[in-house]
Design a protein around this ligand. Sequence first.
Ligand code: NAD
Length: 485
Amino acid sequence: MELIAPKQIANYIGGSLQAPLSGKYMPNINPATGEEYSQTPDSDSKDVEEAVGAAKAAFPGWSTTPVEERFKILNRIAELIDENLDALALAETNDNGKPLWLSKKVDIPRASSNFRFFATGIMHFSTDSHNMEDKAINYTLRQPIGVVGCISPWNLPLYLFTWKIAPALAAGNCVVSKPSEVTPMTGYLLSKICMEAGLPAGVLNILHGTGPGCGSAIVSHPEIKAISFTGSTRAGRDIAAIAAPMFKKVSLELGGKNPNIIFADCDWDKMMRTTIQSSFSNQGQICLCGSRILVEQSIYERFKDEFIARVRKLTVGDPLDYNSRQGAVVSMPHYEKVLGCIDLAKQEGGKVLLGGKPVKLEGRCANGLFIEPTIIEGLGPNCRTNMEEIFGPVVTIQPFATEDEALQLANASDYGLSATIWTQDVSRANRVAAKVHSGIIWVNCWLLRDLRTPFGGFRNSGVGREGGWEALRFFTEPKNVCIEL
Ligand code: NAD
């Protein structure tokens, strides 16, 4: 098959590609060039209704399809993603602004891994049995929920979309899903892959539209019994408010303001190399980026000098150029938001050590949305810059004197998604890991992912966990059967 990004994207409902019922579309803009290069459906509750109908009709068949058969289809989807790596990576980069090498190396391979992982996972999924000596035996059935909703953001478009859809489908559910309206193209191309892979009609429905127009219609639909959402804390709060009185299951993967804690005894070169990545990968638009860098006082000046010198060398450029380390940020509203956050940091008394300004490129990218990697110091833990998620190429650095102070700074945030700890002292690593209020802790590494591990955050970073059995449990209802002997 040949995947071509069309001028007009279509919804995937009941196994076929369809225009939105309203006939309304929105522009889809390449943030590296400013060009409107396709149009996205502006779907609404009527399209959601149709998708729910298709999903309901498909559920009896899909939920009773043997797991070996589900495995074969989902694994075929993974193979087709791999076979179409180049086309999908280009679509991701054109939609999102991230460097093409990054889409090829991380985003698209991870999307096929997600399908492969859960396709094989469902073959090994098992349930508990509780024996009451000679009285009774209980066993737990885990049954698919029915029709579920999956909604994902723009920062890792196909990567995060498939991270939800794959376990939902593997567990036997039918899905009504929505990728971000800011980056819809790879979600659309996935529709074509699903058709080619032989996924039965209605098992997966992919709608395109805005959060208020389409996303909230998915969340509030009474036939959709569970919602898996990744995105902002603001939208997560709105979704929780709708879902709670309807007693829906929710998994909310939300924002972060993650500490990167650097002790003086760290492996310096590895720490420095990785800290550059954890600060600025994907233009800082990864929920797991370490945007608050906490550095032990004794190495603070050395860290600052070397970090600035090395970040200065990161090339901001055309995402299609292999030498670009930094691409464009995703959209005009987001570009304005990030620049506004840098202004706010200055008003709060922050000193911009590096960057802080837009980058103007020549030629194809003259109208692109590029921002210099930015390093700010001089701000305490309680200012907005250190409390609110910026989600762009902006980090702050703060010194600490003791382990206790490092912990206080690390935990001085309403978020609790991830943290990174750099030390060669194993006892300290364990001690600090246990005391940081985050769901994901990396010691002497960052973004090293084993898909079997629980993934998610504390506090304002969300509710529930994705990954491994956690995801298959989320997408099934446990039912205890007690048999008296
Ligand atoms: P967003 O919340 O604006 O949108 C995310 C998705 O939700 C989009 O598809 C959007 O259309 C939809 N949406 C928005 N409002 C909605 C509503 N009221 N009801 C239903 N759907 C709605 O987030 P974004 O700007 O696309 O993504 C960036 C955010 O995502 C950041 O806060 C980032 O930290 C977070 N994020 C979290 C994780 C994680 O795993 N915890 C991963 C990636 C991104």
